[in-house]
Write a protein that binds this ligand. Structure first.
Ligand code: CA
Length: 222
Protein backbone atom coordinates (compact mmCIF):
# COMPACT_ATOMS: atom_id res chain seq x y z
CA UNK A 1 0.00 0.00 0.00
CA UNK A 2 1.36 3.36 -0.98
CA UNK A 3 0.37 6.49 0.91
CA UNK A 4 1.00 10.16 0.17
CA UNK A 5 1.33 12.46 3.18
CA UNK A 6 0.81 16.18 2.50
CA UNK A 7 1.46 18.19 5.67
CA UNK A 8 3.48 21.37 6.16
CA UNK A 9 4.26 20.84 9.84
CA UNK A 10 7.49 19.00 9.21
CA UNK A 11 7.62 17.22 12.54
CA UNK A 12 4.07 15.97 12.22
CA UNK A 13 4.60 14.96 8.60
CA UNK A 14 7.73 13.00 9.45
CA UNK A 15 6.07 11.37 12.45
CA UNK A 16 3.15 10.28 10.26
CA UNK A 17 5.50 8.88 7.68
CA UNK A 18 7.46 6.99 10.36
CA UNK A 19 4.31 5.44 11.88
CA UNK A 20 3.03 4.37 8.47
CA UNK A 21 6.38 2.90 7.41
CA UNK A 22 6.55 0.90 10.62
CA UNK A 23 3.17 -0.51 9.64
CA UNK A 24 4.37 -1.71 6.22
CA UNK A 25 3.11 1.14 4.09
CA UNK A 26 5.37 2.76 1.55
CA UNK A 27 5.14 6.51 2.02
CA UNK A 28 5.93 9.68 0.08
CA UNK A 29 5.91 12.88 2.11
CA UNK A 30 5.60 16.43 0.77
CA UNK A 31 5.32 19.68 2.68
CA UNK A 32 3.36 22.09 0.50
CA UNK A 33 0.27 22.29 -1.64
CA UNK A 34 1.90 22.41 -5.05
CA UNK A 35 4.07 19.34 -4.46
CA UNK A 36 1.01 17.73 -2.92
CA UNK A 37 -1.06 18.26 -6.05
CA UNK A 38 1.79 17.19 -8.36
CA UNK A 39 2.24 13.92 -6.52
CA UNK A 40 -1.46 13.24 -6.03
CA UNK A 41 -2.17 13.73 -9.75
CA UNK A 42 0.02 10.73 -10.59
CA UNK A 43 -2.80 8.54 -9.30
CA UNK A 44 -0.40 5.87 -8.00
CA UNK A 45 -1.39 6.15 -4.34
CA UNK A 46 -3.75 3.89 -2.43
CA UNK A 47 -4.57 6.74 -0.07
CA UNK A 48 -3.70 10.38 0.62
CA UNK A 49 -3.43 12.03 4.03
CA UNK A 50 -4.07 15.66 3.29
CA UNK A 51 -3.72 18.63 5.62
CA UNK A 52 -6.11 21.51 4.92
CA UNK A 53 -4.00 24.58 5.69
CA UNK A 54 -0.97 24.33 3.40
CA UNK A 55 1.41 26.83 1.79
CA UNK A 56 0.71 27.73 -1.88
CA UNK A 57 -2.48 25.69 -2.25
CA UNK A 58 -4.96 24.45 0.33
CA UNK A 59 -5.87 20.83 0.83
CA UNK A 60 -9.39 21.63 -0.33
CA UNK A 61 -8.06 23.07 -3.61
CA UNK A 62 -5.93 19.94 -4.12
CA UNK A 63 -8.96 17.76 -3.49
CA UNK A 64 -11.13 19.72 -5.94
CA UNK A 65 -8.45 19.43 -8.61
CA UNK A 66 -8.08 15.70 -8.09
CA UNK A 67 -11.77 14.97 -8.31
CA UNK A 68 -12.07 17.24 -11.35
CA UNK A 69 -9.36 15.14 -13.02
CA UNK A 70 -11.33 11.99 -12.08
CA UNK A 71 -8.63 10.76 -9.74
CA UNK A 72 -10.52 8.94 -7.03
CA UNK A 73 -7.71 8.09 -4.65
CA UNK A 74 -9.25 7.96 -1.16
CA UNK A 75 -8.44 11.08 0.86
CA UNK A 76 -8.22 11.47 4.63
CA UNK A 77 -8.29 15.17 5.58
CA UNK A 78 -6.35 16.40 8.58
CA UNK A 79 -8.14 19.26 10.27
CA UNK A 80 -7.58 21.47 13.26
CA UNK A 81 -10.41 21.59 15.76
CA UNK A 82 -11.31 25.11 14.66
CA UNK A 83 -11.70 24.24 10.98
CA UNK A 84 -15.30 22.93 11.11
CA UNK A 85 -16.33 24.81 7.98
CA UNK A 86 -13.38 23.37 6.07
CA UNK A 87 -14.22 19.90 7.25
CA UNK A 88 -17.76 20.10 5.86
CA UNK A 89 -16.49 21.73 2.71
CA UNK A 90 -13.89 18.96 2.35
CA UNK A 91 -16.42 16.18 2.62
CA UNK A 92 -18.60 17.98 0.09
CA UNK A 93 -15.62 18.15 -2.27
CA UNK A 94 -15.04 14.40 -2.18
CA UNK A 95 -12.90 13.67 0.87
CA UNK A 96 -13.57 10.18 2.23
CA UNK A 97 -12.91 10.86 5.89
CA UNK A 98 -11.27 13.33 8.22
CA UNK A 99 -9.16 13.21 11.33
CA UNK A 100 -8.97 16.02 13.84
CA UNK A 101 -5.53 17.02 15.13
CA UNK A 102 -4.17 16.03 17.59
CA UNK A 103 -4.87 12.32 17.18
CA UNK A 104 -3.52 9.08 18.59
CA UNK A 105 -1.59 6.57 16.49
CA UNK A 106 -4.21 3.82 16.82
CA UNK A 107 -6.92 6.05 15.44
CA UNK A 108 -4.76 7.19 12.54
CA UNK A 109 -3.97 3.59 11.56
CA UNK A 110 -7.61 2.53 11.84
CA UNK A 111 -8.66 5.40 9.57
CA UNK A 112 -5.94 4.59 7.04
CA UNK A 113 -6.94 0.91 7.02
CA UNK A 114 -10.56 1.86 6.41
CA UNK A 115 -9.44 4.26 3.69
CA UNK A 116 -7.41 1.71 1.79
CA UNK A 117 -9.65 -1.37 2.08
CA UNK A 118 -8.11 -3.74 -0.34
CA UNK A 119 -9.82 -5.17 -3.33
CA UNK A 120 -8.31 -8.62 -2.75
CA UNK A 121 -9.79 -11.27 -0.55
CA UNK A 122 -9.49 -9.76 2.92
CA UNK A 123 -9.88 -11.94 5.97
CA UNK A 124 -9.37 -9.11 8.42
CA UNK A 125 -7.25 -6.00 8.58
CA UNK A 126 -4.16 -8.00 9.34
CA UNK A 127 -4.51 -10.78 6.82
CA UNK A 128 -5.07 -11.25 3.10
CA UNK A 129 -5.11 -14.54 1.29
CA UNK A 130 -5.01 -16.17 -2.12
CA UNK A 131 -5.74 -19.85 -2.73
CA UNK A 132 -4.98 -20.72 0.89
CA UNK A 133 -1.77 -18.71 1.04
CA UNK A 134 -2.13 -16.15 3.79
CA UNK A 135 -0.22 -12.88 4.01
CA UNK A 136 0.00 -11.87 7.65
CA UNK A 137 0.81 -8.24 8.35
CA UNK A 138 1.51 -8.41 12.07
CA UNK A 139 3.94 -11.31 11.56
CA UNK A 140 5.25 -9.96 8.24
CA UNK A 141 5.04 -13.48 6.90
CA UNK A 142 3.29 -15.81 4.48
CA UNK A 143 1.54 -18.86 5.89
CA UNK A 144 0.23 -22.03 4.26
CA UNK A 145 -1.18 -25.00 6.14
CA UNK A 146 0.34 -23.85 9.41
CA UNK A 147 3.80 -23.37 7.86
CA UNK A 148 5.00 -19.86 8.18
CA UNK A 149 7.96 -17.99 6.71
CA UNK A 150 9.11 -14.42 7.34
CA UNK A 151 9.31 -11.84 4.57
CA UNK A 152 11.48 -8.77 4.29
CA UNK A 153 9.62 -5.46 4.04
CA UNK A 154 10.04 -5.24 0.25
CA UNK A 155 9.00 -8.88 -0.21
CA UNK A 156 5.95 -8.19 1.92
CA UNK A 157 5.02 -5.11 -0.12
CA UNK A 158 5.39 -6.95 -3.43
CA UNK A 159 3.36 -9.91 -2.16
CA UNK A 160 0.65 -7.56 -0.90
CA UNK A 161 0.43 -5.90 -4.31
CA UNK A 162 0.19 -9.30 -6.05
CA UNK A 163 -2.49 -10.61 -3.68
CA UNK A 164 -4.51 -7.41 -4.04
CA UNK A 165 -4.49 -7.93 -7.84
CA UNK A 166 -4.62 -11.71 -8.29
CA UNK A 167 -4.55 -13.32 -11.75
CA UNK A 168 -3.65 -10.04 -13.37
CA UNK A 169 -0.38 -9.11 -14.98
CA UNK A 170 1.27 -6.40 -12.94
CA UNK A 171 3.71 -4.47 -15.11
CA UNK A 172 7.17 -4.05 -13.63
CA UNK A 173 6.83 -0.27 -13.95
CA UNK A 174 3.76 -0.35 -11.73
CA UNK A 175 5.52 -2.43 -9.08
CA UNK A 176 8.45 -0.01 -9.09
CA UNK A 177 6.13 3.00 -8.83
CA UNK A 178 4.21 1.49 -5.95
CA UNK A 179 7.10 0.12 -3.95
CA UNK A 180 10.14 2.20 -4.76
CA UNK A 181 8.55 5.42 -6.05
CA UNK A 182 9.15 7.49 -9.12
CA UNK A 183 12.46 8.96 -8.16
CA UNK A 184 14.05 5.77 -7.07
CA UNK A 185 16.92 4.15 -8.91
CA UNK A 186 15.46 0.71 -8.47
CA UNK A 187 16.44 -1.27 -11.51
CA UNK A 188 14.31 -3.91 -13.07
CA UNK A 189 16.61 -6.68 -11.96
CA UNK A 190 16.05 -5.61 -8.33
CA UNK A 191 12.50 -6.74 -8.75
CA UNK A 192 13.61 -9.99 -10.30
CA UNK A 193 15.75 -10.68 -7.23
CA UNK A 194 12.83 -10.05 -4.85
CA UNK A 195 10.48 -12.15 -6.98
CA UNK A 196 12.94 -15.02 -6.94
CA UNK A 197 13.20 -14.79 -3.12
CA UNK A 198 9.41 -14.83 -2.92
CA UNK A 199 9.15 -17.85 -5.20
CA UNK A 200 11.61 -19.74 -3.02
CA UNK A 201 9.69 -18.85 0.12
CA UNK A 202 6.37 -19.87 -1.45
CA UNK A 203 7.87 -23.23 -2.40
CA UNK A 204 9.42 -23.71 1.08
CA UNK A 205 5.93 -23.65 2.62
CA UNK A 206 4.51 -25.68 -0.33
CA UNK A 207 1.75 -23.19 -1.09
CA UNK A 208 -0.21 -23.94 -4.31
CA UNK A 209 0.49 -20.48 -5.64
CA UNK A 210 2.81 -19.33 -8.39
CA UNK A 211 4.28 -16.01 -9.39
CA UNK A 212 4.34 -16.24 -13.16
CA UNK A 213 6.52 -14.14 -15.41
CA UNK A 214 4.85 -12.40 -18.32
CA UNK A 215 7.95 -12.05 -20.44
CA UNK A 216 8.94 -8.44 -21.01
CA UNK A 217 5.91 -7.13 -19.10
CA UNK A 218 5.67 -8.14 -15.48
CA UNK A 219 4.31 -10.73 -13.09
CA UNK A 220 1.03 -12.32 -12.10
CA UNK A 221 -0.10 -14.37 -9.14
CA UNK A 222 -1.72 -17.63 -10.26
CA1 CA B 1 -0.99 23.01 8.02
Amino acid sequence: MKILVVEDEVQLADALSEILKRNMYSVDTVYDGIDGLDNALTGVYDGIILDIMLPHMSGIEILKNLRKEKINTPVLLLTARSEVEDKINGLDCGADDYLTKPFVTGELLARVRALTRRRGEVIDDNKMSFNGLELNKSKCSIIYNGNDIKLSLKEYQIMELLIANPKQILPKERIIEKIWGYESNAEYNNIEVYISFLRKKISVISAPVQIKTARGIGYSLE
